[in-house]
Ligand binder design. Structure first.
Ligand code: PLP
Ligand code: COI
Length: 339
């Protein structure tokens, strides 16, 4: 039976669910414990993750479709990205096929927490890995834990589809040849001061510029950007220091193949922002959140403060339709967990 949760009222915060998946890496191989009940982790005080932040994570969602199936969206791409994050952080990657199997198992174990169709809520799935044995010299750990927990979530930004106001940040979230392209926990630690500062000044998010020249648009702390120009071309930034968003890649495909729009992935200069018609943030948590205004050191670049732009709305409706089963998905995008 579904849990007694006010699905339409929840925001993006942690609610404990019943089961979590655990696998431990020791002596050169992974040993799966499977699903467990305990949400607590006991670690040595000098664990690699605690001292040198050796950790990475993923984020995806499970949905209840219009015909009452439970599905998730492109988990193979999360498996691949986590593999890349682990490799770059000198952590032992978890097998990609087993990653998808573990996602399925974890959702099955928490099936009563998957929000019903029509509530706007979803079950957020958080796979993560961390160095678990004592490390004191700066080096990778020898032992690791891979876990997956789930939590039901509503909209990432308060107000759902209401356009948000962001600012161009003077802080960086990544280094030119650092870890911006992987989902390392340290990138998020680095963004905490900037996000608190932005919130204190009334902005929902930071637009980070490229850390080398501070002339080009990168992304926010937790989402990529999509812009629409006057010709309805959908444009997204190209950079080696942003996270390759699965939502962004999916939206570009939707724009091209479902909506017959032109798409471009290219460097976007800050000076171009005023020429665009629409701006939105895209990501698993953010879905597609319209940006109404960008503040550039006191000067406003305004798009639409009242509602989602026309193209953004079409992209949003199509993506959500694919995820919820009202629009046919491209082959391989939907992993059915429960028929
Ligand atoms: N950029 C950052 C920094 C993120 O944390 C996320 C969230 O995962 C994204 C972009 C969006 O990626 P995805 O669409 O794969 O969730
Ligand atoms: C996600 O969209 O899954 C993310 O990881 C973003 C996070 C900052 C909530």
């Amino acid at each position: 039976m579904k849990k007694d949760i006010e699905w339409t009222k929840i925001g993006f915060s942690y609610i404990k669910t019943d089961k979590r998946f655990v696998s431990n890496y020791k002596d050169g191989s992974w040993h799966d414990l499977g699903l467990i009940d305990d949400d607590k982790i006991i670690l040595n005080e000098s664990a690699g993750v605690l001292q040198y932040a050796q950790t990475c994570f993923e984020g995806l969602k499970a949905y209840t479709t219009v015909d009452n199936k439970i599905v998730c969206f492109r988990p193979d791409l999360n498996a691949e990205r986590m593999y890349d994050s682990c490799t770059y952080l000198e952590m032992p990657p978890y097998d990609k096929d087993k990653f998808v199997e573990a996602i399925v198992k974890t959702v099955e174990g928490n099936i009563d927490y998957v929000p019903p169709y029509g509530t706007g809520a979803t079950l957020y799935i958080r796979p993560y890995m961390f160095g678990s044995n004592p490390v004191i010299g700066v080096k990778p750990a020898d032992e690791y834990q891979f876990r997956i927990f789930t939590t039901p979530v509503g909209p990432y930004f308060k107000g759902g589809a209401k356009p948000i106001v962001i600012r161009i940040s003077d802080f960086d979230r990544a280094a030119p040849k650092g870890t911006g392209h992987i989902k390392a926990g340290l990138n998020y630690a680095m963004s905490l001061h900037a996000i608190v500062d932005a919130h204190n000044k009334g902005y929902a998010e930071n637009m980070y510029l490229d850390p080398a020249t501070r002339t080009k648009v990168e992304e926010t702390g937790g989402a990529n950007f999509i812009f629409v120009d006057k010709n309805n071309t959908v444009i997204t930034p190209k950079s080696t220091s942003i996270l390759p968003s699965i939502t962004r890649r999916s939206l570009l495909y939707v724009a091209e193949h479902y909506l017959n729009l032109k798409v471009e992935t290219r460097e976007i200069f800050k000076e171009e922002l005023k020429d665009f018609k629409e701006c939105a943030l895209c990501g698993t948590a953010a879905v597609l959140s319209p940006v109404g205004k960008i503040n550039d050191h006191g000067e406003d670049i305004t798009y639409n403060m009242d509602s989602m732009g026309e193209i953004t709305k079409k992209l949003y409706d199509t993506l959500i339709g694919i995820q919820l089963g009202t629009i046919e998905a491209p082959k391989g995008w939907i992993k059915v967990i429960k028929e």
